[in-house]
Design a protein around this ligand. Structure first.
Ligand code: BDP
Length: 736
């Protein structure tokens, strides 16, 4: 049998994994030729092609490889191609020195490609980080040509070719010219220096700051590899609720070690910068951005970092938000704070990523309006190397939100769309909710800022306002769990995020299918059934948690489970009652012209659509309107009935997902089958809990009977209100 992959990191990982699992009995369903537990290899398993006809076609097209790798990135591409294709074709992909001896894979960057191959490009240009994969005729031979303008492009092209084989795509007639649509494709880790992870549900942080820089956990390289395989090219490895220590000399040295590992994979390292760092670690008595001592401190700090990490990406900053320090502590604006940092990083080519997630405890304005009010008037006043990072919706990563009104509203300011991959509000790592469905919904929404077709995807790729700098950031769902993401299907969220950051126009259906094929193989029954299940899963969560535009009904602090009754927290907008506004007359937040008028922050087309009860899509009904309990929905049901039936629909979908999963038992590795079965049982129990708790509570206002078709609650309201979860995971530690 052809060998399992042996990237440099691999032997050490295998050893580590063997040690970790030394006490475990032999796991049923494990591949005997591959000692890695299921899930560690993510979508990069490159299992042998099971269809023998297809396998022989691939073998005939890929008889050997002509490639002379130059430098670390090309070495990786070479290794991936030879080992991955070798594995999938169950025979080595041997090196050749000439193109005469068979149908070959010919791979090189353009500058090293023989002229006769360069001609196959024709008039087309390969953009930075892009690649061409094309079947080309060469006398009696047909080669697969892989070429790129730069090393990163060659690596991305290698992963694309591997994916084509892995997902059983034909190679004949192949002609793919592709490049990332956005410059910045980034993960944000909310990882603390003590390895706890804010909103992390898959173990501890993979970044072990204590043992860095000397101990280079092989996992760092496997992490970089997984990201590179998707096209992710930047990562901020520390929490936005930042600790200034990471900017001290010792930690910069640790960060250098990570950056060195990530570099050959085309990934630039970012750090989060705590705005008060000049006081906490710099001995100054102020962090006022307009104080020359403060700006000098940041300039020196930038210089120090760039001496260690010449390609350092820059700072990601959360300022004056949820208790974090910022320029407003000194009466300065976000712009003044961001520009000061931008001036420090600019000479080195670094960026400041400034988060727009701000809302103030003193501001009585609707929280959904605050970021727009703060930032929109500042358009055009930021330095060129400042990017504004805007969450997908105006509140906070809810199961469903309308798009953030800032999208398309700042034509002069580079922008990153921020998604949450970790499931703070979609069931942690126990619920299956395929997030690319949510991402797709946001990306395909039309902002109408420049007329019809001004989608959020065009904000991500920069085309809406011709921006060179733009992109997508995702809050990572990765931890030390052996399968990286806790829930096996959490891998699909990481995968889908990365692919959408590369190309925000991809469909969630395609991504689900790609991931299933890469992860579970190409069995058509499995592919169809899992894809269908994944595509239904996100709407299920919306329905059993926050249907019809409800939002932020989550219990306090940990956000685990329902807490719609919570009304005693110090800040009004920390209480779920602020968001649902239920009373005897109805339920929902009036953001129309008669209410907070948040609708006016959107382009007129959306403002009109959302602002009127008649045209507002029902999925956003209670987001924008306070609606009487007996209001007739389009289905003919009253709002009260419709609400109960939506909750029920969510639960029913999970019942269906569980049944579909059980049907597939014989087609799945046993360990995954059991793992996901248990998680689906938890999901079902919690879906019912949400439905019962919320409907019991809302009935205290509607005063109506539960609708026909909704299972009646198992317990009285007091039971649900009394539930406590002091150790629910992911809570922010008290010190940051
Ligand atoms: C909220 C989280 C909180 C984060 C905050 C943020 O509850 O832990 O610090 O977002 O994005 O969703 O800064």
């Amino acid at each position: 049998m052809w060998q399992t992959p042996s990237l440099p990191a691999r032997p050490a990982i295998i050893l580590l994994v063997i040690l970790l699992f030394a006490d475990c009995p032999m796991r049923a369903g494990a591949d005997p030729g591959n000692p890695l537990p299921w899930g560690y290899e993510l979508w990069l398993k490159f299992a042998p092609v099971s269809d023998s006809v297809l396998a022989s076609q691939y073998r005939a097209s890929l008889e050997g490889i002509v490639m002379e790798p130059v430098g670390a990135t090309q070495e990786i591409a070479y290794r991936e191609l030879t080992e991955g294709i070798g594995n999938m074709l169950s025979r080595p992909l041997l090196p050749r020195t000439t193109t005469s001896g068979g149908n070959l894979l010919v791979a090189a960057t353009l500058d090293r490609l023989p002229t006769r191959f360069r001609e196959f490009l024709g008039e087309r240009k390969i953009p930075a980080e892009g690649f061409l994969i094309r079947e080309v005729a060469d006398g009696p031979r047909k080669h697969i040509l892989l070429t790129a303008a730069d090393d990163a492009g060659l690596l991305y092209g290698a992963y694309r070719l591997l994916r084509l084989v892995q997902t059983h795509r034909p190679l004949s007639g192949l002609d793919q010219l592709d490049a990332p649509k956005a410059r910045l494709r980034m993960l944000n880790h909310w990882d603390n220096l003590d390895r706890s992870i804010e909103r992390g549900y898959a173990g501890f942080s993979i970044f072990n700051w204590h043992t860095l820089p000397d101990f280079r956990d092989p996992r760092y390289e496997d992490y970089a590899r997984a990201n590179a395989s998707l096209g992710i090219n930047a990562t901020a490895v520390t929490n936005v609720n930042a600790n200034a220590l990471v900017l001290t000399e010792a930690y910069i040295d640790k960060a250098r070690a990570l950056a060195d590992i990530f570099r050959p994979y085309g990934i630039r390292l970012y750090l989060t910068a705590r705005f008060s760092a000049p006081m906490e670690i710099g001995g100054l008595d102020t962090a006022d951005p307009l104080d020359p001592r403060v700006s000098a401190w940041w300039r020196d700090k930038a210089g120090e970092i760039y001496r260690a990490i010449p390609d350092f990406g820059g700072f990601l900053v959360k300022a004056n938000s949820e208790g974090q320090p910022g320029p407003q502590n000194y009466g300065r604006s976000h712009r003044e704070g961001a520009n000061m940092l931008a001036d420090a990083l600019g000479p080195f080519g670094g960026n400041v990523i400034w988060r727009a997630f701000v809302y103030s405890e003193e501001d009585p304005e609707d929280r959904a309006k605050q970021a727009y009010s703060e930032f929109a008037p500042e358009d055009g006043k930021f330095r060129d190397n400042v990017l504004l990072q805007v969450k997908n919706g105006p509140i906070d990563f809810q199961p469903r939100e309308p798009i953030h009104p800032l999208f398309g509203a700042m034509p002069e300011t580079p922008l990153l769309v921020e998604f949450q991959i970790t499931k703070e509000y979609l069931g942690f790592a126990t619920h299956l909710a395929f997030l690319p469905k949510l991402f797709e919904e946001v990306l395909q929404t039309d902002t109408y800022r420049e007329g019809p077709g001004s989608t959020v995807a065009r904000v991500v790729d920069g085309s809406l306002h011709g921006k060179a700098l733009s992109g997508m950031a995702g809050v990572a769902n990765i931890g030390t769990d052996i399968n990286w993401t806790g829930h096996p299907f959490g891998q699909a969220d990481w995968y889908g995020f990365g692919r959408l950051a590369w190309d925000p126009y991809l469909s969630s259906g395609q991504l689900a299918e790609e991931w299933v094929r890469a992860t579970f193989g190409n069995d058509p029954v499995l592919v169809a059934s899992l894809k269908d299940m994944m595509l239904r899963s996100r709407e299920a969560v919306v329905n059993y948690m926050n249907p019809l535009g409800l939002h932020h009904l989550f219990d306090t602090g940990h956000h685990y489970g329902p807490g719609p009754w919570v009304d005693d927290l110090s800040r009004p907008e920390w209480n779920p009652v602020y968001y649902h506004q239920a009373d005897a007359s109805g339920i929902g937040f009036d953001r129309s012209a008669t209410g907070s008028n948040a609708v006016a922050q959107y382009a007129p087309e959306l403002a009109t659509r959302y602002g009127s009860l008649e045209t507002c899509p029902e999925e956003f009904l209670l987001w924008f309107h306070h609606v009487p309990w007996d209001y007739r929905l389009r289905s003919g049901h009253t709002l009260w009935e419709g609400l109960g039936l939506k909750y029920q629909e969510g639960v029913d979908t999970v019942v269906g997902m569980l049944a579909d999963w059980q049907e597939l038992e014989s087609r799945l590795p046993q360990e995954v089958y059991r793992d996901v079965s248990m998680r689906l049982q938890i999901q079902l129990r919690e879906a019912r809990w949400w439905k019962y708790a919320c409907m019991q509570y809302f009935r205290t206002f509607s005063g109506m009977d539960f609708p026909q078709g909704m299972e009646p609650p198992e317990h009285p309201l007091e039971y649900y209100k009394a539930l406590r979860f002091p150790f629910a995971p992911g809570i922010r530690p008290r010190w940051n």
